[in-house]
Design a protein. Structure first.
Lengths: 271, 402
């Protein structure tokens, strides 16, 4: 059974592996610090946002371990942004290869998401170090964190599939997505605690959490850092409402993958 | 068991049934939302043109066959090859491929100039279906075949184009395919590399691989291919043995140029028409003989006649005129009103195998007044027997009063 699957996806897997290796080699080629940059960039962004929002504006000062929760949010946001942004241009960037040889096109999008995944893992190591330093208590709920990250991944790659296929014909998509993702960044409670919104309007806070990005980030914070971080479930107490973002993620994935699959045979002549 | 094998072998390697391919070409390619929106507001549908690259193509390729696909540029042969390689989807019809197919549409697919030779071998190999381990096993062979032992850890951007091609070809030859699609790769590289390619393809023929070969090089078709098809204007014009199809190709090619001549008198043939060509005869053998029957509408005594050969890339190869010092002391040719003369150029056959174009000019000795000029009188294909070496020789000119 496993051998069958291996044989069937052999070509896709070995190709994906090479594409990931190539992307890694090319990304930081000729830079002195090389791969360290993918760790340094979120840390620098975190430092800036920390000084502005936590230090000066005193946002989240009443929430225990908020700076760490904010860093985690930034890391997860970067993960989402890398998959969608990288995936969007990935098919067009490989246009020359697509025009010359036939291969499963989804490999391109998945390969670009895998390097985002590796970045995430390295960044989570940094988070873990901070968690040890600040003495965060781990509880059994932490085991759920990978599931929420998986949910975010499914949502992101679903969007990446759709954007990558759209971008072949419609080159405005990258500009539109840049604007929308800016809005999503500020709307997903990455750099401010959701409790701050809840103080103003509980309804708005719940509404924000219907967005799979906000919801998954909040759930990872809840399970990994501190249970004071509210989640959609703790705020509504309803399993049905809490499962809306999850359904939304899966739906996005299936629609995106279906659209990509439908358009993929025509990439060679349109790209 | 034997019987089963026999049935298996009878199955065609590739079976193409009623393939059609349309490309929809918007007159203004809309890649931005603005143009899409603007065209909605204009309420005028953007005119789309459907280009029918292939109309109805069917053929079978037997296992172990060297199969040629011939056609002029724009005939649809490259589209057909891309459909066979599953790069394009056919609009209609079906392709059945029986065995592992590797396309050589272009060598070095995925090569990245920023990576080293070694890294590119693994990347290109993966696209051809090799795992890391399989490349590991073949790596030394690949490098030594490409003769690039000292360069593998340099970036590809520092390679010469010849080195890149050698490396790409070397990887490609390791592909263990049952069917190979080859798109005129033989036309690249230096003489030494071409020799290697030819040897490789000869070897393939011996091992019984199926090779599909797209080209417009007739001598290669005759030498390698067993069967061939001729694609013209999106349909199979001929299907048969390689020699026969090559002959048909030449016929079609020459007829096409004849048509062009009659059609393009206005554009390609020009001049004041006072002295003009009314008939010509062109014979190529041990010697090249080009006879022109020229008639004048006026009494005139300073006419110059010349001819030129061009190669496929439009370069002038050879030529002579009646004032050329090596031909003789002829200054101007004398013509009487409404009388014609036969002007014959003859020289030893200096042409190698290839496709050539013949043009002529009839001018006055001032070389500015053009009476009749046609750069595209006829196009011909010449296959030079290998025993004949091209030589440069003087040209003789004879003028006979009719």
């Amino acid at each position: 059974m496993l051998e069958d699957i291996k044989a069937r996806y052999r070509y896709s897997l070995l190709l994906m592996r090479e594409l990931v290796i190539t992307e890694f080699k090319l990304r930081y080629q000729g830079s002195v610090l090389g791969y360290l940059w993918s760790l340094l960039k979120p840390l620098f962004l975190f430092s800036i946002l920390y000084f502005v929002f936590v230090h000066f504006l005193r946002i989240g000062s009443d929430i225990p371990d908020w700076p760490l929760a904010m860093l985690l949010g930034i890391v997860l946001w970067n993960f989402f942004g890398e998959i969608t942004g990288g995936g969007l241009g990935s098919v067009v960037a490989r246009g020359d290869v697509i025009r010359k040889i036939n291969f499963p096109k989804y490999v391109i999008v998945v390969a670009s998401s895998i390097s985002a995944f590796i970045n995430l893992l390295l960044n989570l190591v940094i988070i873990a170090i901070f968690m040890i330093i600040t003495g965060v208590d781990l509880h059994w709920g932490a085991l759920l964190a990978p599931l929420y990250i998986l949910e975010l991944f499914i949502f992101a790659i679903g969007l990446a599939f759709m954007f990558a296929a759209l971008f072949v014909r419609l080159r405005d998509i990258n500009h539109i997505w840049e604007i929308i993702s800016q809005a999503l960044f500020y709307g997903s409670a990455v750099i401010y605690p959701i409790a701050m919104v809840a103080e103003q309007s509980a309804f708005l806070a719940k509404l924000l959490l219907l967005n799979p990005i906000a919801q998954s980030i909040q759930d990872v914070r809840h399970s990994l850092i501190n249970e004071v971080n509210p989640t959609l479930y703790t705020m509504t107490g309803s399993v049905v409402i809490a499962s809306i973002p999850i359904v939304l993620s899966l739906l996005t994935f299936f629609i995106g993958a279906y659209y990509f699959k439908k358009k993929a045979p025509y990439f060679a002549e349109n790209v | 068991m034997v019987k089963a094998d026999h049935i298996h072998n009878d199955e065609p390697a590739i079976s193409v049934k009623h393939i059609a391919k349309n490309f929809i070409l918007p007159h203004e390619k809309s890649t931005s939302l603005k143009t899409n929106i603007v065209s909605i507001f204009k309420q005028k549908r953007r005119t789309k043109e459907t280009q029918r690259a292939l109309k109805d193509v069917s053929f079978d390729i037997k296992k172990g066959e060297f199969f040629g696909i011939l056609g002029r540029n724009g005939s649809g042969k490259s589209t057909l090859l891309k459909i066979l390689a599953e790069i394009y989807q056919p609009t209609n019809g079906s392709v059945k491929v029986n065995g592992k197919l590797v396309p050589f549409i272009e060598l070095g697919v995925g090569f990245n100039p920023e990576l080293t030779g070694r890294e590119n071998v693994y990347l290109n190999g993966a696209l051809l279906g090799f795992s890391r381990k399989e490349i590991d096993d073949r790596y030394d062979d690949i490098v030594s075949f490409a003769e690039l032992e000292d360069f593998m850890d340099q970036k590809l951007k520092n390679y010469s184009s010849g080195m890149q091609v050698r490396l790409a070809f070397s990887v490609a030859t390791r592909a263990e395919a049952d069917i190979l699609l080859v798109d005129e790769v033989l036309a690249v590289g230096d003489a030494d590399f071409q020799r290697k390619c030819f040897e490789y393809f000869k070897g393939l023929k011996r091992t019984g691989k199926t090779v599909v070969f797209v080209t417009h090089d007739m001598s290669a078709v005759r030498e390698y291919c067993d069967e061939a098809i001729l694609i013209n204007e999106g349909v199979v014009a001929f299907n048969g043995s390689a020699d026969r199809v090559a002959d048909e190709y030449l016929k079609l090619f020459n007829r096409a140029t004849d048509d062009e001549n009659t059609e393009k008198v206005g554009s390609e043939r020009w001049g004041n028409g006072q002295v003009e060509l009314i008939d010509n005869e062109f014979v190529i053998g041990d010697t090249i003989k080009f006879s022109m029957e020229i008639k004048s509408k006026i009494d005139i005594e300073d006419v110059v006649v010349g001819f030129r050969f061009y190669d496929e890339s439009n370069n002038i190869l050879a030529g002579a005129s009646s004032v050329n010092a090596r031909i003789g002391a002829v200054r101007g040719i004398v013509f009487k009103k409404d009388k014609s003369k036969q002007v014959t150029f003859e020289c030893e056959n200096i042409l190698g195998t290839g496709t050539y174009r013949l043009g002529y000019t009839i001018r006055l000795t001032d070389m500015v007044t053009v009476c009749d000029d046609n750069e595209n009188l006829l196009t011909f294909r010449y296959n030079r027997p290998e025993s004949h070496q091209p030589i440069i020789c003087p040209v003789t000119l004879t003028i006979n009063q009719e």
